[in-house]
Design a binder for this molecule. Structure first.
Ligand code: TYM
Length: 340
């Protein structure tokens, strides 16, 4: 097996996903599909960020199982372990170490402005809101900066976290000298913000109130078709009613964008093929299933061989540590920490 991290001149790409429940179509179109598409032209690192999942974990035995399932999904969608480095965040302790440095580099005010914290803490109003939920973007900044990352392929909802990472890198470099590469967010042309099929004004999310609005990659085909057939649209009729206009027609536009993302076209091009919502819903469900069917099969196969998954994750962690340890060392040296 070659070591892709060893002497690559390709752009360094890093992106991660939380092992908190099943992967949905928004995760796939906003992140996984672009990761797979980019793995050959980039030097790609993809993390299963189990430490981030601890912000909302309060039961034993859940995170590890979710991490191995997410690893199987990363490989099932097509990440090639010979090409991309796939690792579990807690296997690379430099994330915690640089995470603390980042907490001391990002201000309380900056963390307070994070919309994801405001949304998530509002949703958990009656629940336990951990300090980690608040400081989470500092750990995310560490995830990114540890790998000298040039590009972070993410969905739209992560843009603010990449911005705060850039600000942290700039501040650190200003205080302690050139240390970190400035990363930029990259979002896909179609699929950067997949909306709920039941409420197209809110993004598709694991914490959706209704399961009917969220398509999971492991849903059985009947369930997927049912969700698409029941997708909320609007009451307009006529041959021109199928058109892409996110403001005025959020439900229809969401279907067009999903369809476009799985068939590698533009939403406008897809809209020209349809005159009725019913036909659009069925065709979109079928186009999505054409992509999900083989993924589901590979996922089930991979989950049969835990030993192989563990082996691949061990190799990934070793490669990741090779890069992360050097960056942490550079940061400590530039700060002027007393060597151990
Ligand atoms: P997470 O685990 O919530 O989501 C993983 C990826 O899926 C994208 N995504 C979506 N894209 C389009 N439409 C949607 N409805 C949708 N829902 C989710 C997200 O934008 C993301 O790209 N904080 C991150 C995890 C993280 C990370 C990192 C990402 C930790 N460290 C370093 C990049 C780099 C998160 O919670 O993503």
């Amino acid at each position: 097996m070659t070591d892709p991290a060893a002497s690559s001149t390709k752009p360094r790409v890093l992106s991660c996903m939380q092992p908190t429940g099943d992967v949905h179509l928004g995760n796939y179109l906003g992140a996984l599909q672009p990761w797979v598409a980019g793995q050959h032209r980039n030097d790609a690192f993809h993390g299963i960020v189990d430490l981030h999942a601890l912000t909302v974990t309060d039961k034993p035995g859940v995170v590890g199982q979710a991490a191995v399932e997410l690893a199987a999904m990363f490989f099932a969608v097509g990440l090639d372990p010979d090409v991309a480095t796939v690792f579990v965040q807690s296997h690379v302790p430099e994330h915690n170490q640089l995470g603390w440095v980042m907490e001391c580099t990002i201000s309380f005010g900056e963390l307070s402005r994070m919309t994801q914290f405001k949304d998530k803490s509002a949703k958990r109003e009656q629940d336990f809101i951990s300090g980690g939920l608040f400081t989470y973007p500092a750990l995310q900044a560490a995830d990114i900066l540890l790998y000298d990352t040039n590009q972070v392929p993410v969905g739209d909802d992560q843009r603010q976290h990449i911005e705060i990472t850039r600000d942290a890198a700039l501040r650190f470099n200003h205080r302690f000298g050139e240390t970190f590469v400035l990363p930029e967010a990259v979002t896909p042309a179609a699929g950067a913000r997949v909306m709920s099929l039941q409420d197209p004004s809110s993004k598709m999310s694991k914490s959706d109130d209704s399961d009917a609005g969220c398509v999971y990659l492991t849903d059985d085909p009947k369930a997927v078709m049912k969700k698409f057939k029941r997708a909320v649209t609007d009451s307009e009729t006529g041959p021109d009613s199928v058109r892409f206009d996110r403001e005025i027609k959020p439900g229809v536009s969401n279907l067009l964008e999903i369809h476009a993302a799985v068939t590698d076209r533009t939403p406008q091009a897809v809209s020209e093929e349809f005159e009725q919502y019913g036909a659009l819903k069925v065709a979109t469900g079928e186009a999505v299933l054409a992509v999900l069917d083989p993924i589901r099969e590979r996922y089930n196969e991979l989950m049969e061989d835990r030993g192989e998954l563990a082996r691949l994750l061990k190799i990934g962690a070793e490669r990741a540590r090779g890069v992360a340890a050097a960056t942490l060392e550079r940061a400590y040296t530039n700060i002027g920490m007393l060597p151990a």
